[in-house]
Design a protein around this ligand. Structure first.
Ligand code: TTP
Ligand code: MG
Length: 356
């Protein structure tokens, strides 16, 4: 049976909410985030994107690109509320909803509550509902699986609707620049470029074993998606994959003792979070972001679950003192646990779960 999947993603979500609620920002280049020297752009309005301003860019650099950029403080409660209302709209059509982030979700509308046979019509209706009720725009991608629906929406932003019909999938994939494939960023993109792989059809020529050797587990995903072997169901209850905490410091820390104090503090937060949901993990990952934004992670997998702040601290300290971890001023430290076990987790599914 051919499935009908819709991917919905709000356009410049936080920035659009701010422009909606503050008419003086409409039509203007705005960035949500703070402008301080250590500030980071959470997202930028489409007016600001014309100048190259992007999510996760330092505010300082964003201002260089767009000197008239207006920085707007974030209002998470308002965004969360809008996200909740989106979900209420989706629920009118289907219960098969997989939230991906605060502004993004997959919907399976193969069978739906209104018995509408066209997924395209449902996508149009949802977009209209969002416009009427939330005064915001969303982009929708419609196709036969999650991968294609997501790629489809990404190609047609903002306020777009892009449909890849069952008979068109092969042609679409053949002509698809591989950089549009979720999971292919700068580094992987360059690797492919060096192999002469530019389009989906080039990628299709590579054998599974070759891709596995070059890209590990991800190779299988690349192999599958270009062949439309993505039958991953909509997961209505996303399984938590990691639990942790990180701290960004108001000033870079260059003293090792001070770094350790922060690590200890983070360990306490992580212990609390684990206890709250009775979930523990066997793989600990230490995340370090240096003052120049270079980021590294180091992981260790234990035989037993890590449960206490003392264990968290001891293991992350060991990772931190590994010879290959540079001891330079840091702006962020974080501790994460994955390989989770606990009441609410199903580790087997976790391993099979391929995110995109
Ligand atoms: P996205 O959907 O990735 O971005 P967007 O909605 O702003 O823009 P687009 O039109 O391209 O979809 O992320 C949703 C929100 O999540 C975004 O509005 C702000 C937040 N966010 C961050 O805070 N930091 C980030 O690095 C990214 C990517 C998003
Ligand atoms: Mg979005």
């Amino acid at each position: 049976m051919i499935r009908k999947i819709i991917h919905i993603d709000m356009d410049a979500f936080f920035a659009s909410v701010e422009q909606r609620d503050n008419p003086q920002y409409r039509g203007k280049p705005i960035a949500v985030g703070h402008s301080g020297t250590r500030g980071v752009v959470m997202t930028a309005s489409y007016e600001a994107r014309k100048f190259g301003v992007r999510s996760a860019m330092s505010s300082k650099y964003a201002l260089k690109l767009c000197p008239n950029l207006i920085f707007v403080a974030s209002h998470f409660d308002v965004y969360k509320n809008a996200s909740k209302k989106m979900k209420e709209i989706f629920l009118r059509y289907t219960d098969l909803i997989e939230p991906i982030s605060i502004d993004e979700a997959f919907l399976d509308v193969t069978e739906n509550k209104l018995n509408i046979s066209s997924a395209t019509i449902i996508a149009k209706k949802i977009k209209q509902n969002i416009k009427d009720e939330l005064k915001l725009t969303a982009t929708a991608g419609v196709s036969i699986n999650k991968f294609l629906a997501k790629v489809a929406s990404g190609l047609n932003k903002p306020d777009g609707l892009n449909v890849i019909k069952p008979g068109e999938t092969e042609k679409f994939i053949d002509q698809l620049p591989i950089k549009k494939i979720p999971g292919i960023g700068k580094v992987t993109g360059e690797k492919f470029e060096n192999l002469g792989v530019k389009l989906g059809k080039d990628l299709k020529k590579l054998e599974l074993q070759f891709l596995l050797n070059k890209f590990g587990k991800q190779g299988k995903y690349f192999y599958n998606v270009v062949r439309c072997f993505d039958n991953n169901p909509i997961k209505t209850n996303r399984i938590r994959k990691s639990i942790g905490a990180e701290l960004t410091f108001s000033e870079d820390i260059d003293d090792i003792g001070a770094m350790l104090l922060k690590l200890e503090k983070i360990a306490v937060i992580v212990e609390n979070r684990m206890n709250k949901i009775s979930t523990y993990g066997k793989t600990l990952t230490l995340k370090v972001k240096y003052f120049d934004f270079k980021q590294i992670t180091r992981s260790k997998t234990l035989k037993e679950e890590v449960k206490t702040k003392d264990e968290l601290f001891e293991i992350s300290k060991k990772l931190f003192f590994s010879h290959d971890v540079e001891k330079r001023p840091v702006r962020l430290l974080g501790i994460y646990l994955s390989n989770l076990t606990g009441k609410k987790e199903k580790p087997k599914i976790l391993q099979m779960d391929f995110d995109f």
